[in-house]
Design a protein around this ligand. Structure first.
Ligand SMILES: [Zn+2]
Length: 167
């Protein structure tokens, strides 16, 4: 029935797009569809909390919030397997590399979105999760080493006290 190479599914951040069959590098995946707004109109609805605005150029922005715009479910990643590109005033998502069935289709929303909307420390993409996990492991190891050192020092002090008390 569906000719789309993906489905909407549960992801770490809510819903996401997942490949249902192999997607070849550089092939078009979906169009980011919605009404075209002027920058002025876009700024207004952005202030009202619309998070699906795609700035096509300095004059035009796509309001991707309609549910029929399936591309809006593609999440952000700092290690993306897809990217967006424009053809005049239309925006498409294409594969940056070969994508395997089951993989989530993600693209980089850009540094402004990451900083201002997601927040660098809140990014749940695979790269940021790995980085944070690695940091947590390092921190645990550091604490362990410190505790071991303190224990060693305490044992040493006790030993010296015993030696002193024996006189
Ligand atoms: Zn990230």
């Amino acid at each position: 029935m569906s000719r789309r190479p993906f489905r909407i599914g549960r992801s770490r951040t809510g819903l996401g797009l997942f490949a249902t069959r192999p997607i070849k590098k550089r092939s078009r995946i979906a169009e980011y569809k919605g009404p075209l707004l002027t920058t002025k109109q876009a700024n207004k609805i952005e202030a009202n909390g619309n998070r699906y605005l795609y700035e096509v150029n300095s004059r035009w922005t796509i309001d991707g919030s309609p549910r029929s715009n399936i591309a809006r479910y593609a999440n952000h990643s700092c290690n993306p397997n897809a990217e967006t590109y424009n053809v005049k005033l239309r925006v498409f998502i294409r594969a940056l590399r070969n994508i395997k069935p089951g993989e989530e289709i993600v693209y980089d929303y850009g540094i402004d979105y990451l900083k201002n909307v997601i927040g660098r420390s809140n990014c749940k993409c695979s790269r940021c999760r790995k980085r944070r996990n690695r940091r947590a492991v390092e921190l645990r190891l550091k604490r362990k080493r410190r505790a071991a050192r303190l224990a060693r020092e305490r044992r040493k002090t006790r030993k010296m006290k015993r030696l002193k008390s024996r006189g």
